[in-house]
Ligand binder design. Structure first.
Ligand SMILES: [Fe+2]
Length: 338
């Protein structure tokens, strides 16, 4: 078995392959680490056939759909997962064939209703069901401490003690553990009485993940994050640095796409104003020459990226975005007017 853990902060993903056939899979990939997984898979000499999600994540943006569509791979999730883009839905006790490897799924609801653990030869990927020295939380949507109790004590912890535990999170730079180690040292697992365990889980007071709504919106639907929209727009345009724009004042059409009040409070010298929200409806009247060289800008350089991409899609082939925003322009001591 080819096996690699990929850490991004406290989040752990996995690249796994069969050494005989070079068939590979990714487990719990993050949207902002996509290039890294692909580079690792290339180094390992494997081709990705499956992208497996141990559960619907509420704390990060999943790359499952994007990677699967780029690679022609299949997204594997538990039968009850909300995501409409899951290609292969699996249930407890079934196996995924990866070359000569067999990856057995254990349905372990509790952290979420669609949580599962993946059992390989000598190890189990525990997702957020069992962590090193902890367990997944049960206070997020579809979480249930009662179910987590059963998943742990009546299923996962019954595995052989020597089986390695490879979780989806670890915030203390630990790599892995074993079932036996967890039974011995994981304080949460010492609450073997159901009522006590449930009370412990209900009593945890953990802050909500910072992008909860956006993560659930995108991970449950397969739709795009805001950062993804901006990144995609940025790949279709070019940018102009603030110094370059400062040198070309008067030679290029500066288009401020912020709101009216922001424009009125101060803008780049000679800038025209069309708010991003009105761009499509007003360009034909206000910018009749689509061959003109336009530099869009906004407050922080994100909405202007979308605006420049919109303009290019409308035929303004020389539309570029300011690399930076009004905020950075002012901080750089460059000229403005009101
Ligand atoms: Fe999670």
């Amino acid at each position: 078995m080819l096996f690699e853990q990929v850490r991004a902060g406290g989040c752990l993903s996995y690249v796994i392959g069969c050494e005989h056939t070079h068939a590979g899979m990714l487990v719990d990939p993050h949207l902002d680490q996509m290039d890294r997984y692909l580079a690792r898979a290339t180094d390992m000499g494997i081709r990705i056939h499956y992208v497996v999600e141990t559960h619907t994540h509420a704390d990060h943006f999943s790359a499952a759909r994007e990677l699967a569509s780029q690679l022609g791979a299949r997204v594997v999730m538990h039968r009850v997962a909300a995501a409409p883009f899951a290609d292969v839905r699996v249930d407890d006790g079934e196996s995924i064939a990866l070359g000569r490897l067999r990856i057995r799924t254990l349905h372990t609801p509790g952290h979420t209703e669609d949580s599962m653990c993946l059992l390989l030869e000598d190890r189990v990927l525990t997702g957020d069901t069992l962590l090193i020295g902890g367990t997944g939380r049960t206070d997020l949507p579809t979480g249930d401490p009662d179910q987590l109790y059963d998943s742990l004590f009546n299923k996962l912890l019954k595995l052989d003690g020597a089986i390695g535990v490879w979780p989806a999170h670890d915030y203390k730079d630990r790599v892995s553990s074993t079932i036996a180690d967890e039974l011995k040292t994981n304080a949460r697992l010492h609450k073997t009485d159901r009522a006590e365990f449930v009370a412990l889980m209900r009593g945890l007071d953990i802050a909500m993940p910072s992008h909860l709504s956006e993560a659930l919106r995108t991970n449950r639907s397969g739709a795009k994050t805001v950062a993804q929209l901006i990144a995609e727009a940025s790949r279709g345009i070019s940018f102009m640095s603030m110094d370059e724009v400062a040198r070309r004042l008067g030679d290029v059409l500066l288009l401020d796409v912020r709101e009216r009040s922001e424009f009125a409070a101060g803008h780049l010298p000679g800038a025209r104003h069309i708010p991003r929200g009105q761009l499509e409806l007003r360009v034909d009247k206000e910018l009749p020459d689509p061959t003109i060289r336009i530099v869009t800008y906004c407050q922080y350089g994100k909405i202007s990226t979308l605006a420049a991409a919109t303009l290019r899609s409308m035929g303004f082939g020389r539309a570029v975005a300011l690399d930076g925003g009004f905020d950075a322009w002012v901080k750089a001591g460059l000229p403005t007017e009101t």
